[in-house]
Design a protein around this ligand. Structure first.
Ligand code: CMP
Length: 152
């Protein structure tokens, strides 16, 4: 079982696509264990996108990610880090395959609607930026028996 951070970015909130995008994760059988809307500050942006801070596109990325609220989610599932990124599609909406979130709803490299952690290390670091351990909800899913077999 893996845990990953998913962020619905300002374009997702502004375009009223939150429900549609959240449904993609629910429909797949992933388990949302924490969710909150918040305003990303420039400081949080620099922490979140630390690996991009020196890149030429960073000022524009920071201005975008701080332009409206985001929705942060912690999602659990088998191989959740890869599975969620597969659901998102390639970074650029112009390159993302049809059927993925970005392929279906984005035509931009920057305004690509959703962020998801790309490794276990990033997931741990990014989850820590948005959530305290006490905010992760532990609950039994009544549908679990119909989502996967006991030995999966
Ligand atoms: P995300 O998956 O959140 O990771 C880094 C973000 O930077 C990415 O999605 C895009 O929103 C943005 N990004 C990546 N590459 C570029 C680029 N070349 N120009 C502008 N924004 C980019």
């Amino acid at each position: 079982m893996q845990r990953t951070l998913v962020l619905l970015k300002p374009d997702c909130v502004q375009r009223r696509l939150m429900g549609t995008i959240i449904s993609r994760f629910e429909d797949k059988g992933l388990k949302i264990i924490a969710m909150k809307m918040l305003q990303v500050t420039p400081e949080l942006s620099r922490q979140h996108y630390a690996e991009h801070v020196e890149k030429p596109f960073y000022p524009s990325l920071e201005s975008f990610i701080t332009s409206a609220p985001v929705v942060a989610m912690a999602i659990d599932g088998l191989e959740a880090i890869r599975v969620v990124r597969d659901i998102l599609g390639a970074t650029s909406g112009l390159k993302a395959a049809a059927g993925t979130i970005r392929g279906d709803y984005s035509s931009s490299r920057q305004m690509n609607l959703v962020h998801a952690s790309d490794s276990e290390e990033s997931a741990t670091r990014e989850l820590g930026l948005y959530f305290n351990e006490s905010e992760f909800c532990s609950y039994e899913e009544s549908t679990a028996a119909f989502l996967r077999a006991d030995d999966e």
